[in-house]
Design a binder for this molecule. Structure first.
Ligand code: URP
Ligand code: ZN
Ligand code: ZN
Length: 460
């Protein structure tokens, strides 16, 4: 029942210090020096950092997309997340027009409840706003604990919502206390550019990127930010990839508006040239928005450092290369969009961010955990190490070296987009509410042990 973590260096968004941590009944009970307690199991964290568990605010597990489903379900996906140091995910619950919001939420519980090995919450996609939706929204927020809504400004004829829907969602979110999230790309312009490319026989994976230039992301980001200002509401821009979008977010924030942004590991370390790999391998690197030219990486790192972007989401949407991605041979529009990242999010940010001197240890914790807990109504239960918080803890060796590979990863997908990348630092043991999920790099958790998190209303 009781555990004491000894000899580690505790790192939160604010502090770095040597202390012991006493865990009791799934919570952090005491933090102090030389803690002793009868019957407590001692965990020796010598040489390790003791971080709050990672929070991944952007996953797509078991999600229908382009006539198929993402390969990881809530069991394989959350096991991989735990291996990577993540103890909480927020997954996107996809709704269908004409069906109740509640039916989609129940469907997502069927996918998740018996399978998740770590705690989880849901964001809810809004595809339309009508009287039925308006009636359900307060219940969704207050009873279901879903205080964030997702609008897709792209994926015309499938997921895309129009500006009226975005604006009305922003207004309702302000009234009831929710955060509106946007996939910000101009779907109408993309649709035009894609049709032109296909007509002209430009069908290779690289044309996925060339038909979604940074300007369409910048335009949509700026539009969403302006609609947020008019509605006096609050906005979170998911998977920001480029300078143009960062500038729009910074402009809104500098104007005093409540706008936040997330980027993902893939945009920090990969670039557009990967889509040109031979033998259709470029399809492995098809995300929307797409990978950008290398210089955009600097804008993203700067924005993480200076606080214009606040979180790192994985946008984990894995599809096998064989049998899923290869549906797009001869027509890039048929390549399912997305890639695997849930397992590597935490360590890539540590290795590329902290170890390379781009961000501090405290900024790392803010970006991979604390800021998401605050924005999405889970703080201080999640996102920090403090008396009373859930004992979601990562014991992390900052010097261990490893090479990312599909042959050793735990995600249920046949490739890793970061194959061959050398990382410094790795999670050794991971606790979820005081129980081991990963112990000495081995999974020891249980499907169904992850709890659904009813999140608080949005407040800043
Ligand atoms: O390419 C991506 N990002 N796929 C997942 C769905 C989304 O747009 O987030
Ligand atoms: Zn998206
Ligand atoms: Zn996504």
């Amino acid at each position: 029942m009781k555990k004491i973590i000894k000899n580690g260096t505790v790192v939160t968004a604010e502090d770095i210090y040597r202390a012991d941590i006493l865990i009791e009944n799934g919570k952090i009970k005491t933090i102090g020096n030389e803690l002793n307690e009868n019957n407590a199991e001692i965990i020796n964290a010598k040489g390790c950092y003791v971080f709050p568990g990672g929070i991944d605010p952007h996953t797509h597990l078991d999600m229908p997309f382009a006539g198929t489903f993402t390969k990881d379900d809530f069991e394989t996906g959350t096991i991989a997340a735990a291996y990577g140091g993540t103890t909480t995910i927020i997954d996107f619950c996809i709704t269908e027009k004409g069906k109740s919001l509640n039916s989609a939420i129940q469907e997502w519980h069927r996918k998740a409840d018996e399978k998740a090995v770590i705690d989880f919450g849901f964001h809810l996609m809004i595809g339309e706003v009508n009287d039925d939706v308006l009636k359900e929204l307060p219940t969704v927020i207050n009873e279901e604990g879903i205080s964030s809504f997702k609008i897709f400004m792209a994926y015309k004829n499938t997921l895309q919502a129009d500006d009226e829907t975005l604006f009305r969602t922003l207004v309702e979110a302000r009234k009831h206390g929710a955060l509106v999230m946007v996939h910000a790309e101009n779907g109408d312009v993309i649709d035009y550019l894609v049709n032109e490319a296909i007509k002209e026989g430009r069908t290779d994976p690289i044309y996925h990127a060339l038909t979604r230039p940074p300007e369409v992301e910048g335009e949509a980001t700026g539009r969403a930010a302006k609609l947020t200002a008019i509605a006096n509401s609050q906005l979170y821009v998911v998977h920001v990839t480029c300078k143009e979008a960062v500038e729009e977010i910074a402009k809104a924030r500098n104007g005093g508006f409540r706008v936040w942004g997330e980027t993902c590991p893939q945009y920090l370390v990969l670039d557009e040239s990967y889509l040109e790999k031979p033998d259709f391998e470029g399809a492995k690197y098809v995300w929307s928005p797409p990978l950008r030219k290398k210089h955009h990486q600097e804008s993203l790192w700067n924005a993480l450092k200076n606080g214009q972007l606040q979180t790192i989401g994985s946008d984990h949407a894995p599809f096998d290369f064989k049998g899923q991605k290869d549906r797009g041979i001869g027509d890039f529009t048929k390549i399912p969009n997305g890639g695997p990242s849930i397992e590597d999010r935490f360590s890539v940010l540590f290795s590329e961010g902290v170890k390379k001197g781009r961000i501090t240890l405290n900024e790392f914790v803010s970006l991979v955990s604390t800021n998401a807990a605050k924005l999405f109504g889970m703080f201080p239960n999640k996102g920090t190490i403090a008396p009373g918080s859930d004992a979601d803890i990562v014991i992390f060796d900052p010097n261990s070296e490893r090479i990312i590979s599909a042959s050793t990863h735990h995600m249920n997908v046949d490739y890793n987009s970061l194959e061959g990348m050398k990382l410094v630092g790795e999670p050794i043991s991971v606790l979820s509410r005081g129980e081991y999920v990963i112990r000495d790099k081995q999974f020891v958790g249980k499907p169904g042990n992850g709890r659904y998190i009813k999140r608080s209303r949005f407040q800043v």
